[in-house]
Design a protein around this ligand. Structure first.
Ligand code: FES
Length: 299
């Protein structure tokens, strides 16, 4: 059957554009970056913004298709647009459908994304804990301190720290406060030497037991082993043991947030600590391998 519009008068469709594809690539890059790295997320956001802008500009400046004259047969009895009508009904319906779809999609998606992603980015700092007067930590000796981070939660919040008083540097007290979470898979690391239970002190939820970790610290799970500064010396752990921040308040030692450590050079008060945000067990914190792990929530 002959085309009622006749001859070469074909519908004038807009030429294909690469901007939507670039925009989609940017969004994918942004979402992947939220999981693996801020830099990838920033790159994805930049790509999405640039391509989104180009797409919007393309749509805004695109000339409408040239009107195709229709003969009686082609109009099929449809009414002619009224003179002066700027937005034909089909345009309105198209916009309303897309707008309503976007609105419903946003209402359904945004809360889900918020509940799924936001907790990881909300401050999850640890409660500071008073582990006793600094006189209870003899200089140059390790003490194993166990304490509850949040006594209201009970034993489930019990943590352990290996604490050594390094004396003072420039008049300021120095402590090494090592966490007992293995940097392989998180098993509790033990001191490689005797514990002096007969000298144990307990006050409230805090227990202090002097120790002599002559062989450093040892993990019972897979044989990970660390020196007295917490550096990995053998086994599968990928970095040094985590450490606690510490503060001195009114002559008492307080422990704060945990942070991760790549390695420690030197020892005691003059040690150089390569410190990073707290990360999960088994994760590299430096070098190219660190790029393979997801972002850590803020602390
Ligand atoms: S969990 Fe410590 S060595 Fe594996």
């Amino acid at each position: 059957m002959e085309d009622p519009r006749g001859g070469d008068q074909q519908p004038q469709l807009p030429s294909p554009s690469i901007w939507p594809v670039g925009f989609a690539v940017g969004i994918v890059c942004l979402l992947v970056g939220l999981v693996i790295s801020w830099w990838v997320a920033a790159l994805g956001a930049a790509i999405a913004i640039v391509f989104g802008f180009l797409w919007a500009r393309d749509v805004a400046t695109r000339k409408p298709a040239a009107p195709v004259p229709l003969d009686e047969a082609a109009t099929d009895g449809a009414p002619e647009p009224s003179p002066g009508e700027r937005f034909p009904r089909n345009k309105f319906l198209e916009g309303a459908t897309l707008g309503l779809g976007a609105l419903i999609g946003g209402i359904v998606t945004l809360p889900v994304l918020g509940f799924a992603l936001m907790p990881a980015f909300v401050d999850q700092g640890e409660k500071e804990v008073d582990v006793g007067p600094i006189d209870d930590f003899p200089e140059g000796k390790y003490v194993v301190a166990t304490f509850m981070r949040d006594p209201k939660q009970g034993e489930i919040s019990r943590f352990t720290a290996f604490i050594r008083n390094n004396g003072s540097v420039a008049g300021k007290p120095s402590f090494t406060c090592i966490a007992n979470r293995c940097a392989h898979l998180g098993c509790p690391v033990q001191p490689g030497g005797p514990l002096f239970e007969d000298q144990k002190k307990t006050f409230g939820h805090v227990t202090l037991i002097p120790a002599l970790p002559a062989a450093g610290f040892i993990c019972p799970c897979h044989g990970g082993s660390y020196d007295q500064e917490g550096n990995r010396i053998a086994g599968p752990p990928v970095r040094a043991l985590d450490r606690y921040e510490f503060f001195i308040r009114n002559g008492r030692l307080w422990l704060g947030d945990l942070y991760s450590v790549a390695k420690v050079k030197g020892a005691g008060a003059t040690a150089r600590i390569y410190r990073y945000e707290k990360t999960g067990p088994g994760q590299h914190v430096d070098g190219p391998e660190a790029w393979l792990y997801p972002l850590q929530p803020p602390h």
